[in-house]
Ligand binder design. Sequence first.
Ligand code: ADP
Length: 651
Amino acid sequence: MAKETHEFQAETKKLLDLMVNSIYTNHEIFLRELISNASDAIDKLHFASLTDHDILGGDEDYEIFLVPDKDSHTLTISDNGIGMTRQEVIDDIGTIAKSGTKAFLEKLKEAKENSESVTDKDMIGQFGVGFYSAFMVADKVVIQTRKAGEDGATRWESDGSGSYTIDDCDKEKRGTTITLYLKKEFYGDEAEENFLDEHHIEHVVRKYSDYVRYPIKMNFETEEIPRDKDGKPIKDAKPEKKVELRTLNSMKPLWTRSKNDITADEYNEFYKNQFHEWEDPMYTFHINGEGTVEYTALMYIPTKAPFNLYHADFEPGLQLYSRHVFIMDKCKDLLPDYLRFVKGLVDSPDLSLNISRELLQQSRELKVIGKNLANTILKKLAKVLKDDREAYEKFWAEFGKSLKIGIYGTIYTGGDAKDKLKDLILFYSSKEKKLVTLKEYKERMPEAQKKIYYATGKDTGVIDELPQMEALKSRGFEVLYFTDPVDEFTIEALHDYDGTEFQSVSKGDLGLDDAESAEEKKETEKVQKESTDLLKDIKEALGDKVAEVKISSRLKSSAVCLVADQYGPSLSMEQNLSDMDNPMFKAKRILEINPHHELFAKLNEVHDAGKDSSEFKDYCDMLYTQALLIEGILPDDPVAFANKVAKLMAK
Ligand code: ADP
């Protein structure tokens, strides 16, 4: 096929730009990234060879080879892994396939423009830009790659600005060779970091890639003075050049070493190398399981949630090994989905090497291991919550949503996640304007309070102003603030917390049964009866916009509010579901009117003057629209509303 020039996809360009102009100072990390990719490519080939041994073509000596060339100022990283086809190069190298990338980059740009403290490191950290890090040290990169089992090879070249070229090429063996044309500042004796110096390369490989399972080899050029028969250096003889092939990494899996001998740094470096991470993890778990099933697990909770954690293309799962031999990447059947953010691996002699995904799902061993691992993580989280609230809240900010979704998911999957997670979830609350657990909430409930109250809204400020909050505030009842759309679904799934039911401030009857509310109820019922005609006519004027119009007992100073039926979806659920293109659920809207508000008297007056008058109809409409606005819902016709208000003001 002919040589072609392609433009990078817009998102890729942005990322490249970030990379090239990055203030990220840890340049050496590019080597770790390229070696990880090489190691992954060998993993993939090895995995394919389990079912198709011929794919190896007799070459089973997996290796990664580094060649620093001081004449051409290039550093070459080669592997004899799976390689790529021409189309794969275009798809995997020229584009970023992750969904949500664009939105994420835009969010970052916005954050930067608002000079929020987002650093390049944060951005790269959440992304893991892998291959592109080559452009931190190189001003030109050439890839030559040949897919295992195929004849032709492909050459890709780019200077990292706007485009790349792709062409056929000759390549004797399968695998990928990446040649970096180093930027001036990264080679030569003057350079602070000389990536053509064998000793520096060796140092960087040891630091970041020591545990890579395949040998990383490099020729060391040394000069030696020739020696005589007795082994003494020959005087005035010219030094002889010698080449010595060395393997730079130990390849000893970290997890097989004794916990006591492993430093925090070693755990962290292993994590970054193995899982393509840029930042140290938040927590590390190294577990040796004995009993019916023997296993070792090394798991990590990242410091930052990946930006696509909840996107469909995010692949959770742990790596699987059997007797230190890699079996599978991203095994989803170990940890429950609510721990999808956990990275790690499991090595067990009780797992079979040639196990297929289908068989794996039914593996009893895997179930036992998975259960133990999940319990260990949950136990640790419970301990952090108890002993170090600040640390737990940091964890919560990154991964809390996962746990909440986990509870919600039990509606479909059943299981005991509800019980396991109910004491680990936090909500922001009105009492101290802080995050609380449900247990804390329940423990400090006044005796007169019978339910756990919550309010939904866009943010805490909006919720604070909700008229529906008034009756609770005046009684000193604490209210949980639900600002995340999943919150309400979560407690729907929970139903109650240790016997105490949840109650939305915007739904049905608030369930207040103190003396004050008995009095209020009596009063409300009386006004309700007296206002039968008025309420009926308002309902008529509004048509099917509302299901019911009622006198309110929950309002103190506001004139109106909208509430939903106790047993149906709430208004905010309806909004969230329609945002998700799922307008299936319609909340039953009930308009509540405050009989103590001065507007109520006026309403009666206008009603008395004639229920068919346009004035009464306008009043009804404005009343309803006000209630909508309070809920953060825009009226269907904002212009008509504005005109009516203007007319009224001019009177
Ligand atoms: P990531 O490794 O996070 O997927 P990269 O940008 O590092 O992102 O690589 C993109 C993709 O390019 C990889 O997922 C892989 O499919 C392909 N790739 C990169 N390096 C190699 C390699 N040495 N051999 C085969 N494929 C590779």
